[in-house]
Ligand binder design. Structure first.
Ligand code: TYM
Length: 333
């Protein structure tokens, strides 16, 4: 029976503390899907070193991320939770896929263009070939779907191109996965600058999952709303990007529709709306924060989770890697 389940896989880079964009764009969606699928969720630590990291901080964030996955409802008994660098097959397949990916297609990746503009003194080869490692992360597990936020869609698409190219030469080695983007929360914008996506690099506009309630409330109260003369709550991302972003957060958190929200705040204006969104987010995050803290106090348990996860993941990944090595003509050991 188990084998008839379809497979899902996704990961997050522990390059910063997890934030509301990661939760609404990714983890929340994972949790809703995880009962119907065979799931692999990992910490994409190898991707983080494309930008310089402080080693002790990277270790701390990786462990915290494992605890948060579990606190968000991903049950390690039913899901495979692991750390990317614990499964060497990622790097091994990554190299093979480097050789099946073109310079031109990597040059067109939006994330590469953005990150190389922001880190002009460190445009390293890893930053450039990052999508090949991400394709390896995915293809090793033969998933049907990859649930990600909107900004990762281009990377899943290049992964499909690489898989199709490889399959075209060697037969059906890889399952070609589909991106799976949530209906609400796929692109949470920053609270201080709603024209850019919420990201840890702009901390004043970013709500971190482990943040204190008073800090979260302050960020929402200060959220940039729109300077139009109409001061009420109406969904229109073109002319009202700030309020529309808050509405999409409120919708994703409460399950309400935009019409419900417009009705709820009819005649009340932004002054009432902003703290209401803040409160909804505080209540959403409170149990996650408390459970993450509780789990972080039990390092032995977290270790047992990631050790078991690495073993399960390695088993699945090595099966695919062996097939690939055979196809390309490497002599079996
Ligand atoms: P990363 O670590 O930047 O983000 C992790 C997930 O969070 C989503 N996300 C957002 N969603 C909505 N609004 C936002 N403001 C927002 N910010 C981030 C992302 O879309 C993503 O789903 N390359 C990936 C990590 C990765 C991966 C993989 C993902 C490595 N290998 C294999 C899937 C499969 C990344 O940098 O995501």
């Amino acid at each position: 029976m188990e084998k008839e389940k379809k497979t899902l896989l996704s990961g997050i880079q522990p390059s910063g503390d997890l934030h509301l964009g990661n939760y609404l764009g990714a983890i929340k969606n994972w949790k809703e899907l995880c009962d119907q699928f065979d799931c692999y969720w990992f910490m994409a630590d190898m991707h983080t070193i494309t930008v310089r990291q402080e080693p002790a901080e990277l270790r701390r964030r990786t462990l915290t991320q494992i605890a948060t996955y579990i606190a968000c409802g991903l049950d390690p008994e039913k899901n495979t939770i692991f750390v990317q660098s614990h499964v060497p097959a990622h790097a091994e397949l990554g190299w093979v896929l480097d050789c099946y990916t073109m310079f031109g297609e990597l040059s067109r990746m939006t994330q590469f263009k953005d990150k190389s503009a922001r880190n002009a003194d460190n445009i390293n080869a890893g930053l450039f070939t990052y999508p090949c490692l991400m394709a390896a992360d995915i293809l090793l597990y033969q998933p049907d779907f990859v649930p990600v936020g909107e900004d990762q869609k281009q990377h899943v698409e290049i992964c499909r191109d690489i898989a199709n190219r490889f399959n075209h030469v060697y037969g059906e080695v890889f399952r070609v996965p589909e991106p799976y983007i949530p209906k609400t929360g796929a692109r949470v914008m920053g609270l201080s600058a709603p024209e850019n996506k919420m990201s840890k690099s702009v901390p004043e506009g970013c709500v971190f999952l482990m943040e204190k309630p008073e800090d979260i409330m302050r960020k929402f109260k200060r959220a940039v709303t729109d300077s139009d003369t109409e001061r009420w709550v109406r969904y229109d991302p073109e002319t009202k990007p700030g309020v529309s972003n808050l509405m999409s957060i409120y919708a994703a958190v409460t399950g309400k529709t935009y019409e419900d929200i417009e009705r709820e705040f009819d005649g009340k204006g932004y002054g009432a709306f902003k703290p209401a969104v803040g409160e909804a987010v505080v209540e959403l995050l409170r149990p996650i924060r408390e459970e993450t803290e509780r789990l972080l106090a039990d390092k032995a348990y977290l270790e047992s989770v990631y050790r078991a996860g690495a073993e399960k993941a390695s088993y699945a990944a090595n099966k695919t890697l062996r097939k690939v090595y055979k196809k390309v003509g490497f002599l079996p050991r």
